[in-house]
Design a protein around this ligand. Structure first.
Ligand code: BDP
Length: 596
């Protein structure tokens, strides 16, 4: 699905602001047709935002079920033959949308965009009512999965197996935009390098149009090539490549009859070969973090101020990459990563598919099934939903040069025949949807090489490891020996596949200093990083270090979490812990060495 751009043929109206808001305590809103009139006794809510931390009422914060949003909007007077489209960047986790009394769309999955052509339901120059019911419930057939049990008072309690708070609401911008009746619906761009030339191949889908032609413009707007038709190839002499640290972008200006759509293009290649990860044919070493979309009060809402600040901090530290742990991030983030030359591992929201591994990593067994893949838990329907998520993510992000690798799941069960059967068609689906990028999944510590079954389906090895923290706690010499032995195990099991560490690091309470350098102290975080980095440096097959996490973040409360997860390099309000300076030294030196 194309990102919304304002062009000579498309007007964009932003509907962010303060909307009417109402919690559906009895889950009766749809039956009572709340969409058919202004919401009764409604409160207000900012859009975009997670509503959870905006409110002061704990019942609303922890509400399990549906909340309603509503506002009026206007149709432009001069719509003419154009179509009017209503679009949501995301609503977590499922949404139904009405225009006046008409249901215009439903969507499942909390982190991807959805839209509907609403022209036939509205009148030019008139106002109309938008009503949205957002459902935050997770079950065995949602991605991510979860389950609900009743407490002793009969109230629903949501449980899930992932380690971040189940923020909900309208998390990204709501847009109304116009486009011509015949229009650019989609474009797929693939780039290649031939000596000093760049090759840009494109395929456009433009229903209802007769003539498609494209112009390729450089970053200054000068035309460097043109082509005719829905498919074609443009060769750019002496191309300025997109490269880590150099986010050079061309623009493919697509003209389909009346419609104009500008698609940004970064010319670059990605390849996995001989245990190396190659970008533009050169070995690339990932430095960075797993991150979260997580902020004080805003929760998971997209915010340009925080986005730019976070990139500033990442650059300050010498990072060149991050993973969108554990779900697709806002389109603005992907655009910005393109521009800033950041390298991204793009992940689906398939996190917590692991109840069979020690009862789920963070779930509590209130009537929870004991097997990950079974008719009572994750089943064939879950697999279908998961496949759709993979395809939708790739459809949204396929043209971003920053994306170099798809991560189709985080820490799933991968040590059983059932897991192999579950992932085989999913890996295949990812390759079908995008034959140009490597595909991987992130392996959990409980599925080491001795028992792993799925790695053969993938191109890279991505590891989350907590030696020195969850195991060998505080014993860094033992931790080092176990880490080394495990890496050797992976090299034997998956020869030729590069290894990227996608998580490592201890919880660290900012300000807790300790002469004895014990776990939870800032000193221990430094020591644990230092040990991991020493080990990474001794293996050519290790091509990346993305520590956990960029910043402290909110989780569900539990005995392992004190006011959230504290593994950040920065605190939740983005203040550096002392390890941030130590890692900065290492990463800046690596940046100076490699030039990116
Ligand atoms: C891993 C998960 C991540 C957690 C992290 C932790 O991938 O989401 O937050 O460990 O325990 O299991 O901090």
């Amino acid at each position: 699905m194309l990102t919304v751009r304002q062009t000579a043929s498309r007007n964009v109206f932003n509907l962010d602001g303060v909307w009417d808001f109402k919690v559906d305590k009895e889950d009766s809103g749809t039956q009572e047709r709340w969409f058919a009139a202004p919401l009764k006794s409604a409160g207000t809510m900012a859009v975009p935002a997670s509503y959870n931390d905006v409110v002061t009422d704990t019942e609303v914060r922890d509400h399990v079920g549906v909340v309603w949003y509503q506002r009026q909007a206007h149709v432009p007077r001069n719509l003419g033959q154009d179509r009017l489209v209503l679009r949501f960047g995301s609503a977590t986790h499922a949404a139904t949308v009405w225009v006046d009394e008409n249901e215009v769309m439903t969507h499942e999955g909390g982190y991807l965009p959805f839209e509907a052509d609403i022209t036939d339901y509205v009148t030019p120059g008139q106002s109309f009512r938008i009503t949205v019911a957002v459902d935050n419930r997770l079950n065995w057939q949602t991605i991510p999965p979860g389950y609900i049990f009743k407490d002793t008072k009969g109230r629903d309690v949501q449980r899930y197996m992932h380690d971040f708070y189940n923020y909900a609401g309208i998390h990204r911008s709501v847009l109304l935009y116009t486009r011509p009746a015949g229009y650019v619906e989609d474009v797929t761009v693939v780039t290649d390098i031939d000596g000093s030339d760049g090759v840009v191949s494109y395929r456009v889908e433009a229903p209802g149009t007769e003539r498609v032609h494209v112009r390729l413009l450089d970053a200054e707007g000068a035309q460097v090539g043109t082509a005719e038709g829905t498919e074609g190839k443009i060769t750019v002499a002496n191309a300025h490549l997109w490269a880590p640290g150099d986010g050079y972008l061309y623009t493919l200006q697509i003209h389909a009859d009346e419609d104009i759509y500008p698609q940004t293009v970064g010319i670059r290649t990605v390849e996995v070969k001989d245990s190396q990860f190659l970008i533009n044919g050169k070995p690339f070493y990932f430095r960075g973090y797993g991150r979260h979309e997580d902020n004080i009060v805003r929760g998971k809402s997209h915010d340009n101020v925080m986005m730019v600040h976070d990139f500033e901090l990442m650059k300050w530290q010498g990072a060149n990459s991050f993973r969108t742990s554990h779900y697709p991030y806002a389109e603005e983030v992907m655009d910005y990563a393109d521009r800033e030359g950041f390298v991204v591992i793009d992940e689906t929201a398939a996190v917590g598919l692991n109840i069979g591994l020690s009862g789920g990593i963070f779930g509590t067994p209130d009537g929870m099934p004991t097997k990950t893949f079974s008719p009572e838990s994750l089943d064939a329907r879950t697999q279908q939903v998961h496949e759709k998520h993979i395809r939708d993510l790739i459809a949204r992000d396929k043209n971003h040069p920053c994306v170099v690798l798809w991560s189709i799941a985080n820490e799933p069960e991968s040590n059983t025949e059932e897991s192999y059967e579950y992932f085989k068609p999913l890996a295949q689906a990812a390759r079908e949807a995008d034959p140009t990028r490597p595909v991987g999944y992130v392996n959990v510590m409980l599925a080491p090489p001795q028992v792993e079954k799925c790695v053969g389906l993938f191109d890279v090895v991505m590891l989350n490891r907590y030696y020195g923290w969850y195991v060998d706690t505080g014993l860094l010499e033992d931790a080092q020996a176990h880490l080394q032995a495990e890496i050797e195990g992976w090299i034997k099991l998956a020869p030729g596949k590069p290894i990227i560490f996608t998580e490592y690091g201890p919880d660290t309470l900012s300000g807790l200093r300790d002469l004895h350098r014990q776990p939870w102290s800032e000193e221990f975080q430094e020591d644990m990083f230092e040990m991991f980095h020493r080990v990474f440096d001794s293996f050519d097959e290790v091509v990346g270090e993305q520590m956990w996490n960029f910043a402290d973040f909110q989780t569900v409360s539990g005995i392992l979490r004190v006011g959230g997860n504290k593994k950040g390099m920065f605190t939740r309000d983005r203040k550096p812990k002392s390890a941030a300076y130590q890692v900065r030294k290492r990463w800046q030196a690596k940046r100076d060495e490699t030039g990116c």
